[in-house]
Design a protein around this ligand. Sequence first.
Ligand SMILES: [Zn+2]
Length: 208
Amino acid sequence: MILETFPVGPLQCNCTILGDEETREAIIVDPGDEITRIQRRLGDLGITLKQILITHAHIDHIGGALKLKSLTGAPIYLNEGDLPLLQMMAAQAAWLGITTPETAPPDEGLVDGRLVGLKNYPAQVIHTPGHTQGSVCLHFAPMKIMLASDTLFADSIGRTDLPGGNFEQIIESIQSQLLSLSDETRVVPGHGPATTIGAERRSNPFLK
Ligand SMILES: [Zn+2]
């Protein structure tokens, strides 16, 4: 298994490449920026991109998706609850004072319960609204890894003050959907360091 997580762009969104060393196929999660660097890495690894998975439509997570699709031909997956945010890309760019990236409607939906990823490394989509209405986490159950987007961070949770955010909803999503996973599940958030479900259950101040 190839598994690399690295921050990209001014907001340091965690981008993840997951590849199968046997089939030389890969998926990527949240290629928000630095697409030239990402494409070079895919080439160095000698892997073919099959899916571009976007955990939510904030610009720092989705900004590079269409450019990466045009370079690789891989389809873009996004939960339809975030289509309104996709329409707001110019406003999102203005918040950050950066150029508006090109966007397009997603090729596939990330509906709750759907299996995505690779044959040997599948992930179940967990719809976790609250940070945005279309936020999803990706649970790679066989590997006990969860990509938690901007829903759950080490000792924190995602902000809910942007359009589509809802504090009660994000707490409910985390309590009902994420804390039900086993303690040893490794959590890779959308920003910052990795953690585990057990550590967050014990010490996350927002979940007391
Ligand atoms: Zn976000």
